[in-house]
Design a protein around this ligand. Structure first.
Ligand SMILES: [Zn+2]
Length: 238
């Protein structure tokens, strides 16, 4: 099993990355976790005076996958951690994949929550094949989905048990930046964390899980400092 960490864009002022992940199981199963921003953001990034996320054509997930020889039709499972624009911008590029999302998240979006209106054309498309899951779920042997509501309802993180590296936790936006000296109970909230109590509870859940499972690497959702040290595609963790 291999874990590729892909850079699907960057915020140059903050140095913070927009990641996506590919988990390759030796048998031809390819699990994509998140899809980054969509092509519209490439246009937006080109506008004079644009600030914030800067996305190039090269950053788009299909182009990042192509660099490691993976085509959209090779993706068998697509884990959507949540439908924010920097995570769910290219879902429709993978009509053959089973899209795995927490039922609570899907239903929150479907009920018309304004937070997910901007990506609706991506997640609400009849061509997509969904598998809705309820809470912590084993996706495949060695790949666990961890329900981590708070940032948004029904957010999910991913635990990957790699043969050499050991367990790796993709915290996604449940813990977007390393806690440093903070605890889950004192950590700062991010500007897009909807529910403080839920975010703290999910942070605690992941910290406890990491200790219990002997996690060797926690990949935070958007951490500029950690990003410099991670192996990025085409390198991988095995
Ligand atoms: Zn995010």
């Amino acid at each position: 099993m291999r874990l590729y960490i892909m850079q699907l864009g960057i915020n140059p002022a903050a140095g913070s990355p927009y990641p996506g992940y590919l988990i390759q199981v030796g048998d031809g199963t390819n699990v994509l976790v998140d899809t980054g921003f969509g092509p519209k953001m490439v246009e937006v990034s080109r506008q004079p005076g644009h600030q914030g996320a800067r996305i190039t054509e090269d950053d788009l997930v299909v182009n990042q996958l192509a660099r490691i020889g993976v085509r959209p039709e090779d993706i068998t499972h697509l884990v959507a951690t949540h439908f924010d624009g920097d995570h769910a911008g290219c879902l429709t590029a993978f009509p053959r994949a089973e899209i795995v999302v927490q039922r609570r998240h899907y239903e929150t979006a479907k009920s018309g929550h304004p937070r997910f209106a901007g990506t609706r054309e991506q997640w609400d498309d009849p061509r997509l094949r969904y598998r809705l899951v309820d809470g912590d779920t084993t996706l495949l042997p060695g790949i666990e989905l961890i329900e981590t509501s708070g940032h948004v309802p029904g957010h999910q993180s991913v635990l990957v048990r790699l043969p050499k590296t050991g367990p790796v936790l993709l915290a996604i936006d449940a813990i977007a930046r390393a806690l440093g000296d903070h605890t889950p109970e004192t950590r700062p909230m991010g500007p897009y964390d909807l529910d403080e109590a839920g975010t703290r509870a999910s942070t605690r859940k992941l910290v406890d899980l990491a200790a219990r499972e002997g996690v060797k690497l926690i990949v935070y959702g958007h951490d500029p400092e950690e990003w410099k040290k991670l192996k990025k595609a085409p390198e991988f963790y095995a």
